[in-house]
Design a binder for this molecule. Structure first.
Ligand code: ZN
Length: 204
């Protein structure tokens, strides 16, 4: 099962089965399998316009309004897809308990170095932190914010809460906020239960 774009169907940015988990996971989850084990790969980031729509949808974590203006074109899309590929590889290694490959870690860190950012105290120290960055390019700044979110997630206390959905044919990641959550979504849980049920009936 590959995640190459050439074999994927283009999906809608507002039709992701799992979204709003965490900025870094949300980027990785822009590819998913529709239809379970015999399903097909769907990618919601195929055209530059898809990236712009994804960015707007993740306003709270990305804060695109505070990023410098600029185009999100084919080059920016390619950079996001490269970060997505690297993050999927890193997450896969992390949930398997092994170290991630140096090359994948380097992609995440490279995105950060390309647009160093920080969060400042707001005037009077009242209100939310004000995001700033050295780079003046919108794509780089937004990319670095996703990479920063990934670093904070994977080096913080929520690292152990990152889970890969165990449903057969599912490639999504989620944050396990409570121990009872076993699947990325209720549809994966239902699919597994239905499969178990029909297997039991077939054996009887
Ligand atoms: Zn799932």
């Amino acid at each position: 099962m590959g995640t190459g774009r050439d074999v994927a169907e283009r999906g809608a940015v507002d039709g992701m089965p799992v979204d709003g988990e965490h900025l870094a996971l949300d980027l990785v989850n822009t590819t998913f399998i529709r239809g379970g084990l015999r399903g097909h790969l769907v990618d919601v980031l195929v055209e530059p316009a898809d990236l712009a729509a994804w960015v707007e949808r993740h306003g709270e974590g990305l804060d695109p309004a505070s990023a410098p203006p600029g185009e999100l074109g084919p080059a920016e899309l390619a950079a996001f897809l490269e970060l997505r590929r690297a993050l999927r590889a890193v997450l896969t290694a992390v949930v398997a308990g092994g170290p991630a490959a140096d090359a994948d870690v380097a992609v995440v860190n490279g995105a950060l170095r390309a647009a160093p950012g920080w969060a400042e105290l707001p005037p009077g120290a009242v209100g939310r932190a004000v995001p700033r960055s050295l780079a003046g390019e919108r794509g780089r700044v937004l990319l670095a914010r996703v990479a920063q979110a990934a670093v904070e997630l994977l080096t913080g206390e929520r690292r152990d809460s990152v889970k890969a959905c165990p449903a057969p044919g599912c490639i999504l990641f989620f944050l396990q906020q409570h121990a009872r959550r076993a699947w990325c979504s209720t549809s994966c849980g239902t699919r597994v239960r239905v499969a178990r049920h029909s297997r039991r009936h077939a054996e009887e």
